[in-house]
Design a protein around this ligand. Structure first.
Ligand code: 5GP
Length: 131
């Protein structure tokens, strides 16, 4: 696992190390999945690379596009495991977009009961608009 030198470990790295309790619901060699502690949808998972070398998805796309693809595939598997075939995949990027943890992660948002396309769930944006 690659970690940034000279910075504090992220909350997600600390979860991966077992220093902060959180059930890892799925993992591969390079990615792990937990439930968000403050869910914004009936299914709200976080897909997180084991490395904390990338602060956001733009850094990851430039530095390791294969790992980004791995995150997307794992999101699909995790959503299906939770009972959803359709899901919203969100990468908050920058504080102005609501990013609070600078260890890249994808939010998997879904409702097992009713399709997201019918707008049964909305995702709040920082300025109060809906996505
Ligand atoms: P961001 O705001 O950076 O896009 O997403 C960070 C997410 O991490 C938030 O939705 C927040 O609820 C979640 N989170 C922060 N700390 C913890 C934690 O200790 N455990 C879990 N399971 N989720 C966390």
């Amino acid at each position: 696992m690659t970690e940034r030198v000279g910075t504090e470990p992220s909350v997600f790295t600390r979860i991966l190390r077992g220093e902060i309790p959180s059930e890892i619901v799925l993992q591969t060699d390079d990615v792990f999945v937990i439930r968000d502690i403050a869910p914004q949808a009936p299914i709200h998972l976080l897909v997180i690379p084991k490395t904390d070398a990338y602060a956001d998805v733009t850094e990851l796309a430039d530095g390791d596009p294969g790992l980004l693809a791995s995150m997307v595939r794992t999101a699909r598997t995790a959503a299906a495991q939770a009972g959803a075939t359709d899901f919203r995949l969100v990468f908050n990027t920058g504080t102005g977009a609501g990013q609070t943890v600078f260890h890249v992660h994808a939010h998997v948002l879904a409702s097992a009961a009713s399709p997201i396309g019918e707008r049964t769930m909305t995702l709040g944006m920082p300025d109060g608009e809906e996505a």
